[in-house]
Design a protein around this ligand. Structure first.
Ligand code: 13P
Length: 253
């Protein structure tokens, strides 16, 4: 049995004060939630304060991105080691907004994922096709190629520190969610890709999150699909009431 993992990706939102006020509500309402793992990914400037506020709870603090080097002449970058020092335990890599606007490639995502895991953190590797790729019938091919690059350095021994997030680009921030059946089809394909690379038992243990306009009203239907093991949430993670309802809806029944 895989424990579902629901992560709120706050993207470029919230001051430290706003982040603390949201996370305090999450701590009060979800700090002892059972059957589901919860994480939040604040902007980098709020990670330390959020992680401190969440100490003693099971809610994880996550970075939204990182560099693959530990230190050195890399102006503006953050390493997995520094994210860990600030209190993060997971790092998202390869989010489609990074790929689209900041030049992340499957190769650089692979280097980042390897660096995250080598630093002792968990890596959430995001994959997903654009609308043109879906309409062109290329979804599975695109996802395979992103996985091949993104997981290039992952082996069965690091799989416990790996989560894959399937986030179709056309469903992110658009209000247009993949249907549970559409998501399940791609998740099953990802599971097979993982099994071919890492072996069936290892693949079975890896959580595959779905992301793209997930909210409380559609979370239960998505999570009830066999291969969907949690959610990667943008907009609906910015208000406590929405995110708490979503996490509760994502618990296995
Ligand atoms: P939305 O939930 O706003 O569609 O964003 C999804 C996402 O990109 C999570 O990382």
């Amino acid at each position: 049995m895989r424990t579902p993992f629901v992560v709120g990706n706050w993207k470029l939102n919230k001051t430290v004060a706003d982040a603390l006020s949201l996370v305090t509500e999450l701590k009060n309402q979800l700090g002892a939630v059972k059957g589901v793992q919860v994480g939040v990914a604040p902007v980098a400037t709020a990670i330390h304060a959020v992680a401190k506020r969440l100490e003693g709870t099971s809610i994880a603090t996550c970075g939204q991105n990182c560099h693959w080097e530990a230190s050195g002449a890399w102006t503006g970058e953050l390493s997995p080691q520094l994210l860990a020092d600030a209190g993060a335990s997971w790092v998202i890599v390869g989010h489609s907004e990074r790929r689209q606007f900041f030049g992340d490639t499957s190769e650089s995502v692979g280097k980042k994922a390897a660096a995250v895991i080598a630093a002792g953190l968990g890596a959430i590797v995001c994959v997903g096709e654009s609308l043109a790729e879906r309409d062109g019938g290329r979804t599975l091919e695109v996802v395979d190629s992103q996985l091949a690059g993104g997981l290039a350095s992952i082996d069965a021994s690091s799989a416990a520190k790996l989560v894959v997030a399937y986030e179709p680009v056309w469903a992110i921030g658009t209000g247009r969610t993949a249907t549970p059946a559409q998501a399940q089809e791609v998740h099953a394909h990802i599971r097979k890709h993982l099994a071919d690379r890492l072996g069936a038992a290892c693949a079975d243990s890896i959580r595959i999150q779905y992301g793209g306009s997930v909210k409380a009203s559609n979370a239960e239907a998505l999570m009830s699909e066999k291969e969907i093991d949690g959610a990667h949430v943008g907009d609906a993670s910015l208000e406590a009431v929405d995110f708490i309802a979503l996490v509760k809806a994502a618990r296995p029944s």
